[in-house]
Design a protein. Structure first.
Length: 671
C-alpha cells in the first residue's frame, strides 16, 4: 500500500499534467482532471489506489465548491432573475426527473434490466444537472453571458446549484414507504428552516462582528484560518445532524456573503476550492473501468446520445414556453445538455446505496464524461447549429441587423458606443450635449428597451459581432468607445475593429494601469483608468477626437462635475445592476403613459410631491411612430402615448411610477 506522501505526490503530478494538457488544447480544466483519473485509476495504470483517504480528501472539493456557490448566492440577484430561476429552472429540473421514469423503460431494449421508479427518479436528478464550470467558461470566452440565452443558462444553473441540496437529502429516502419519505422530507425541511433562521437572524450579526474582529488584526494568515474553520466547521455541524456536508458549506458561504468581507473570502478560498475540486474529479475518473465501458460500449453510446437528445428537447421546449425565440431556445439547450459536476456526486450517492449494478454505473459515468468532453465544442458552434435547426433564425438575425442599420443609416462621422451601462450613458449624454450623433450596442434587452423609449440611440446587439459593427456603420464612424468591465470582452471588440476598420480611433476603460497597458498593446488608441474619473475623461477624449474645441471640452467637463447630482446623473439599469448599487443610487426610468392611466391630463406640478426629476417628455406625432422632445415645463399637460424620463433613487421612482400608472413597479428596494 503506497504511503500518504506517495499518493499525494502522484495525484499532484498527474493533476498538473492533466491541467497543462487541457490548457494546451483550450479545454476546461475539469476535463483534464477526469481524464487523469481514468488513466491513473485502479482500472488502468493503477498509479493511485481507490482508497478511502483519497475519497475523503475529494469530499472537501465538493464542500468548497458549495461554499463558493453560497458566496455567490445573493437574494437581490435571485429576485432579479426570479422568473428564470423559479420558472424555467424549476421546470427544467423536475420535468427532466419525472420524464426519466417513463424514458428509463426503454433501457429494456438495450439491457435485460428493469429499474424501479425511485432509481430512475434519482438518475433523472443526476441527468438534470449541467456543468457550471464548463458552461460559464465557454460562454464567457464567447462573450455571451449577457445575451438572452446566456441569462437563461445562468438562471437554470443557479437553480440547479440550489436544488442539489434538496436532492442529496431526498434520494436516500426514495424507495421507502410514503410515510418514511414524508417524514424524512419533513425532518430535513425543519432542519434546513432552523439553519436558515439561525443564519439570517442570528448568525449574520455574530459572523459580521467576529469577522470584523479577525480583520482588524490585518493578518491574511489569520483571516484564511478563520475562513477554513467556518466553512469546514459548518459542514461538520450539518453532517452531525444527518444532513450533507455540502449543505453546511453552502450555508457558511451564504452567511459570509451577507458580510462586507465576501470578496476577500472568495479570493482567498479560490485556490483551495480549485485544487480540492480537481482532486474530486480525479477520483470520479478513477471510478471508470475502461474494460467494462468497452464491453458495454453499445449501452454507453445509447445513454450518451439518448441523454443528450432527451435533455436538449426538454430544455429547448421549455425555453420556447418561457418566451424565447427558436434560435435562443436552441442555444440554451445546447449549453445545458451535458452532464454536470453534481451529477457525479449524485451518481456516487446512488452507487453507495447499491441501487444499480456495476456495469450500468460504469456506462452512466462514461456517458456523462463523453457529454462533458463534447460540450465545449457544441457550445462553440451553437450559433451555426441554431442556424441549421431553426428556420426563422436567419430571419431573426436579419431583423436584428436591420434594426441596427436603420438606426445608424443617417449617421456619418458618428461615435459607436459598445456597452450602454452607466459609463456608456454618461458618454452618450456628453455627445448629445454637443449635437454629435452616436449609436450604442448593448446586450441587455431591458436596458435597451428603457433607454430607447427615452429617445436614446441604443439597439440590442453584441459588440463583438462583426455583422453588428458593420450594421452600426463602423466604416463611417469617427471613433468607437468600449465601456466593458471585462478586459477579455474589450480585447475581442478591439480585434474585430482592427479587422474591419484598421486605424479607427478606439477608446476604452480599464480597472487599473496594468489593464491599461494590456489594452494599449492590443490596439486601443486611448485607455482611461476608472480611478481617474473614467466616464468624464472618456467623454472628454471623444469630444476632442471628433473636433470639439478644447475650451468647450473643458467647459463641458466642468458642467458635468458641477451637475454630478443634476441632469447628467443617473442611468438606466440592467437586470443585474441591483447587485452593485445601493438604494440611494440615482436611476433613470422611462414611463410610457396610456390613455387609462391616472396621469393623463395632469401637469408636472402634480409630481412635485415625489422626490423625482422629470428629465424630458417625448410626445408622439399624429399616427406616426415619431416622437418630439418637449421641455418639461410646469404647466405641460400629460397626454396619452407621452414618454416621461424620470430620475431619482429607487424608492422615489417606485412611488412616482405607481402614482403615474398605478401598476407594480419594476424597481424593488433592497432589504
Amino acid at each position: 500500500m503506497p504511503s500518504i506522501l506517495q499518493i499525494t505526490l502522484t495525484l499532484l503530478a498527474c493533476a498538473l499534467g492533466g491541467v497543462f494538457l487541457a490548457r494546451v488544447f483550450r479545454l476546461p480544466s475539469i476535463l483534464g482532471y477526469l481524464v487523469v483519473g481514468i488513466v491513473i485509476g485502479p482500472h488502468a495504470l493503477a498509479l493511485a489506489p481507490d482508497s478511502d483517504m483519497v475519497k475523503h480528501f475529494a469530499e472537501f472539493g465538493v464542500v468548497f465548491l458549495m461554499f463558493s456557490i453560497g458566496l455567490e448566492f445573493n437574494l437581490t440577484k435571485l429576485k432579479a432573475m426570479r422568473s428564470i430561476v423559479f420558472g424555467f429552472g424549476v421546470s427544467q429540473v423536475f420535468i427532466t426527473m419525472f420524464l426519466t421514469i417513463p424514458a428509463g423503460y426503454f433501457l429494456r431494449f438495450v439491457i435485460p434490466l428493469v429499474l424501479p421508479w425511485h432509481v430512475l427518479f434519482a438518475l433523472g436528478g443526476a441527468l438534470a444537472m449541467s456543468s457550471t464550470a464548463i458552461v460559464v467558461k465557454a460562454l464567457s470566452e464567447k462573450a455571451e453571458l449577457d445575451t438572452q440565452h446566456g441569462k437563461n443558462v445562468l438562471g437554470v444553473l443557479l437553480f440547479q446549484d440550489l436544488v442539489v441540496i434538496l436532492l442529496l437529502i431526498l434520494i436516500p429516502s426514495l424507495g421507502k414507504n410514503p410515510g418514511d419519505i414524508a417524514f424524512a422530507l419533513t425532518l430535513a425541511g425543519l432542519k434546513i428552516t432552523v439553519a436558515l433562521v439561525m443564519i439570517f437572524f442570528v448568525g449574520q450579526k455574530i459572523f459580521s462582528a467576529w469577522f470584523r474582529v479577525v480583520a482588524s488584526f490585518r493578518s491574511q494568515e489569520l483571516f484564511m484560518l478563520n475562513v477554513l474553520l467556518v466553512s469546514i466547521g459548518m459542514a461538520a455541524i450539518t453532517n452531525y445532524f444527518g444532513l450533507s456536508m455540502a449543505l453546511g458549506a453552502f450555508m457558511a458561504g451564504m452567511l459570509i456573503s451577507e458580510t462586507p468581507y465576501r470578496f476577500q473570502v472568495e479570493e482567498g478560498i479560490e485556490s483551495f476550492r480549485d485544487i480540492l475540486l480537481g482532486l474530486f474529479f480525479i477520483t470520479v475518473g478513477m471510478l471508470v473501468d475502461i474494460q467494462s465501458v468497452l464491453a458495454e460500449l453499445h449501452l454507453v453510446l445509447f445513454l450518451f446520445f439518448g441523454a443528450l437528445l432527451f435533455k436538449f428537447l426538454i430544455i429547448a421546449g421549455l425555453a420556447r414556453k418561457f418566451g424565447s425565440s427558436p434560435g435562443v431556445s436552441i442555444r440554451t439547450a445546447i449549453c445545458l445538455a451535458q452532464a454536470g459536476e453534481f451529477g457525479f456526486v449524485m451518481i456516487n450517492q446512488i452507487d453507495q446505496l447499491d441501487w444499480i449494478d456495476v456495469n450500468l454505473s460504469q456506462a452512466v459515468l462514461a456517458a456523462m464524461l463523453l457529454s462533458m468532453l463534447v460540450a465545449p465544442i457544441l457550445i462553440q458552434y451553437s450559433n451555426q447549429i441554431a442556424l441549421r435547426l431553426s428556420k426563422t433564425e436567419w430571419f431573426d438575425q436579419s431583423i436584428d441587423l436591420t434594426k441596427i442599420a436603420a438606426q445608424s443609416i443617417q449617421n456619418d462621422q458618428h461615435v459607436i458606443i459598445c456597452g450602454f451601462g452607466a459609463t456608456g450613458q454618461h458618454v452618450a449624454n456628453m455627445l448629445e450635449s454637443e449635437g454629435i450623433s452616436y449609436i450604442a450596442l448593448d446586450a441587455d434587452p431591458e436596458r435597451v428597451k428603457q433607454a430607447s423609449e427615452a429617445g436614446k440611440s441604443v439597439v440590442y446587439g453584441l459588440s463583438q459581432s462583426a455583422n453588428n459593427l458593420n450594421a452600426a456603420g463602423i466604416h463611417r464612424a469617427k471613433a468607437i468607445v468600449i465601456t466593458f468591465q471585462s478586459i477579455q470582452d474589450t480585447i475581442k471588440v478591439i480585434q474585430q475593429i482592427e479587422h474591419l476598420h484598421e486605424g479607427l480611433p478606439v477608446l476604452a476603460i480599464a480597472k487599473d494601469e496594468l489593464e491599461m497597458d494590456t489594452l494599449l498593446k492590443s490596439g486601443a488608441t486611448q485607455v482611461i483608468p476608472e480611478k481617474a474619473e473614467g466616464s468624464v475623461m472618456l467623454g472628454a477624449q471623444v469630444l476632442s477626437l471628433v473636433g470639439v474645441p478644447l475650451r468647450r471640452v473643458m467647459r463641458r467637463i466642468s458642467e458635468v462635475r458641477e451637475n454630478r447630482y443634476g441632469k447628467l446623473r443617473g442611468y438606466f439599469p440592467g437586470l443585474e445592476d441591483d447587485d452593485i448599487e445601493d438604494a440611494d443610487s440615482i436611476r433613470l426610468s422611462s414611463v410610457h403613459l396610456k390613455k387609462d392611466m391616472s396621469a393623463i391630463g395632469k401637469t408636472l406640478e402634480w409630481l412635485e410631491q415625489m422626490d423625482v426629476v422629470v428629465q424630458s417628455v417625448r410626445r408622439k406625432q399624429g399616427i406616426t411612430n415619431t416622437y418630439t422632445k418637449l421641455e418639461p415645463l410646469p404647466e405641460l399637460l400629460f397626454e396619452p402615448e407621452d414618454i416621461l424620463v424620470l430620475s431619482g433613487n429607487i424608492q422615489s421612482l417606485e412611488k412616482a411610477e405607481k402614482l403615474l400608472r398605478k401598476i407594480p413597479s419594476k424597481f424593488k428596494v433592497k432589504a
